[in-house]
Design a protein around this ligand. Structure first.
Ligand code: GYE
Length: 349
């Protein structure tokens, strides 16, 4: 009995001790890691620093691709202290929930502008209303938002994803015609980006618009690989198992294309200029353009990540009380083996 009481005491005091310790230590750990406020903000402006600078909160959707790295860099290089800005950057790691928390935190910090690249189009009405109520202009970049009231954001700067999808379809039409394959049955698989994002919606719809004109084009499957190389490889590997005769791969970004190429190499399936599977990709980052030059990717439809200069000039206009457009579309090209060499040298991303 005495021994049992001893054991009981140990258990109770042992647990209480641990609980007290945890209660004291955990908040300190959370505070020191910046998690206490429920969000990771990578910088926080000191009052003195903010005086003459325009404070911009930038919510980037993630770091899933080479394109995204170039996009982030373009904003960081444009909104520098020398150019008159204090930039607060946050990476949402591809989740809308993180972006909403970040935007709320920008509102509570009373930043001067919110710049944000939304991961998907829907679900922003409430948080953008909060920004509007706080009088903070919102500049949407890259992907679009689908909101009931367009006055919830000031302007959008991005690329025409639907047009990019159409360009891919038109390129395929012409390519098949040149090779006298226009009447053959063409089996197509599509690696899609993040479902619900502008790049996925636009590129899918644009390509399908052209595909519908051709009864002999069969889209065997369209599946999302979330714009990453790892998932691109995984999804392509499964598709290669399911479909023994794929003629065309349409991959909605270069990272997924690189993953898919690895899967084809491992499966012993030939591709590109000299192979069975014709490869259509999007973005045109430098590594992919080199693969176009080597004939591994047949065509790369450019998507321009250099958007920082536009953001800077729009903010400067707003600061001067000048009007701005509701949308700005960035110029884009298309690259094949025929023209890629002349662009490679100047490609910085
Ligand atoms: O194509 C892709 C990135 O939204 C246009 O997102 C952007 C796309 C880009 O992850 O690589």
């Amino acid at each position: 009995m005495k021994r049992a009481v001893e054991i009981l005491k140990k258990i109770i005091f042992g647990h209480v001790g641990i609980c007290i310790l945890l209660l004291c230590v955990l908040p300190l750990v959370f505070i020191s890691h910046g998690l206490y406020r429920g969000i990771e903000i990578e910088q926080s402006p000191a009052d003195s620093e903010m005086e003459d600078l325009i404070v911009v909160g930038f919510s980037q959707l993630g770091s899933e691709s080479g394109w995204r790295t170039a996009h982030t860099r373009s904003i960081q290089e444009a909104l520098t202290k020398d150019a008159g800005y204090f930039l607060i950057y946050n990476n949402a790691r591809q989740t809308q929930e993180n972006q909403i928390k970040t935007i709320r935190s920008f509102i509570s910090q009373r930043v001067d502008y919110i710049v944000f690249a939304p991961v998907i189009e829907s679900g922003w009405d409430t948080v953008l209303q909060e920004a509007k109520d706080a009088g903070i202009p919102v500049i949407v970049i890259d992907r679009m938002v689908d909101v009931k009231d367009e006055s919830l954001y000031t302007t959008w700067i991005g690329t025409d994803a639907r047009e990019e999808g159409k360009k891919a379809g038109i390129w395929l039409e012409q390519y098949l015609r040149k090779r006298n394959r226009q009447s053959e049955n063409i089996n197509i698989v599509v690696l899609q980006g993040t479902i619900g994002s502008t790049a996925q919606i636009g590129r899918t719809e644009g390509f399908e618009e052209i595909a519908e004109r051709h009864e002999n084009w069969y889209i065997l499957e369209s599946a999302s690989a979330d714009f990453t190389a790892t998932k691109g490889k995984e999804v392509m590997r499964e598709m290669l198992h399911r479909y023994p005769s794929i003629d065309v791969l349409v991959s909605q970004n270069d990272d997924m294309t690189m993953g898919a190429i690895e899967a084809m190499q491992e499966a012993g399936v030939s591709f590109g200029e000299r192979g069975k599977v014709t490869v259509l990709s999007f973005d045109a980052i430098r590594d992919a353009l080199e693969m176009v030059d080597e004939g591994l990717i047949n065509v790369d439809i450019e998507c321009n990540p250099v958007q920082g200069i536009y953001v800077d000039s729009i903010i400067k206009k707003l600061e001067n009380g000048e009007p701005v457009e509701k949308s700005y579309i960035v110029e884009e090209n298309i690259f094949t083996k025929e023209n890629v060499a002349e662009f490679l040298d100047s490609r910085t991303y």
